[in-house]
Ligand binder design. Sequence first.
Ligand SMILES: *Cc1c(COP(=O)(O)O)cnc(C)c1O
Ligand SMILES: [Zn+2]
Length: 464
Amino acid sequence: MTDLVFQRCIHPHCGATTDISSTAFACPQCGGLLDVAYEWDRLPVPKALRDFEAKWSDRHNPLNFSGVWRFRELFPFAPDPMIMTIGEGQTLCRQSDAVAQYAGLKPGKLYLQYEGMNPSGSFKDNGMTAAFTHARMIGATRAACASTGNTSASLAIYCAATHLMRAIIFIGSGKISYGKLSQALDYGALTVQIAGDFDDALRRVREVSGKLGIYLVNSVNPFRLEGQKTVMYRILEAFRWEVPDWIVVPGGNLGNVSAFGKAFSELLELGLITQAPKLAVVNAAGANTFYQIYEKQGVRWNGGRPDTGRIDSFMQRMDADNARADTLASAIEINRPVNLPKALRALERCGGVVREANDQEILDAKAQVGAGGLGCEPASAASVAGLKKLVAEGVISPDDRVACVLTGHVLKDPDATVAYHTSDPATFEAKLGKRGVKRAAFANKAVQVPNDLAEIVKAIEYNA
Ligand SMILES: *Cc1c(COP(=O)(O)O)cnc(C)c1O
Ligand SMILES: [Zn+2]
């Protein structure tokens, strides 16, 4: 299998390749990012995407039950017996007219791809099952990541469920929501809390894993992105194998947009689709590096030769200003996205745009997602907040068919939700007001009543 699958530098003018078993996750020649690459001509590929539906009738096979691995012919890097699945990818793509109306789309046009249904409650499991499988193929016994929370929860659950590896988690201090931290601790991961932020933790975990030979599962790991491609296959499946006009996704480390772009360019190459959807990436305004670089500086992939001078000087300016990412959407509170070049490539291949949404817009959109019957964490709602802007700008038409990816479950960050809906002005001010959120337009405040039957009855009759 090895000669059919390998790792390849993403820059076409370099094109260096390395063995599938390499865990350096950097080009041996130029240090750039790597793709998992396949000799498609010599691999069995389905003739039509519809063929994947046959797997539904064989759900006693865990590989076909998995919403990731039932598409494994589209990322055939692992022999079946090596694959580690815990039933990830059983997710919903639900039409939502309530949220469509909020965003300005016509009824029937908006679908929410709800990745909160994964075993650890976020889309990260799609990628973790793939990276974990690769780690197993090369015989790793310890795996590590830096995390704003969900990657660590995901790694920890795979280690706990399979007992194949020890999870080591690096987190920044005070920057992780309790929902996520509680998962890592409960699943038994070794949790190392660093005095610093996510970017510091990522730098350290790369150093330490190199030094100690620990398998790295951060999104610089190209195998994770192979698993994340399947989010798009499931959306196509929900659209009865038709391609929507737009995919809207929050952007932090830019793993998703990179994976989605790769998924669509491969499907085009394989003749399984004839046209890709456009991609819209939504940054938090307090962590808007990609927005700045793509929309303000105008940097493009440029066939593999992006203007690295502009990117580097932008990063140096952030360093000089000691700029720190700052948003309530902690899962995308990242200023130095490791997959930036791949994200530029994805936008060139599919066409697309980048927008930013501030915490006010994100929390309002999040409340609308909840009121529409699917709860998500703040970072996820950036997709809906961004969609609303793009419709208002006329970039996305009210008639376009759109899928917004909801990346994580509402219970990941109950603090943000409760603070938004609080009836106590002091709590609102301390948790949200101080951070620039002025009002909670869609707050559902608890009704305060004395412990008295008549008063309780009166309050219910008055309010409902
Ligand atoms: C990790 C994470 C993101 C950011 O993912 P990228 O695609 O790598 O930018 C967004 N939302 C949630 C809930 C996450 O856990
Ligand atoms: Zn290279």
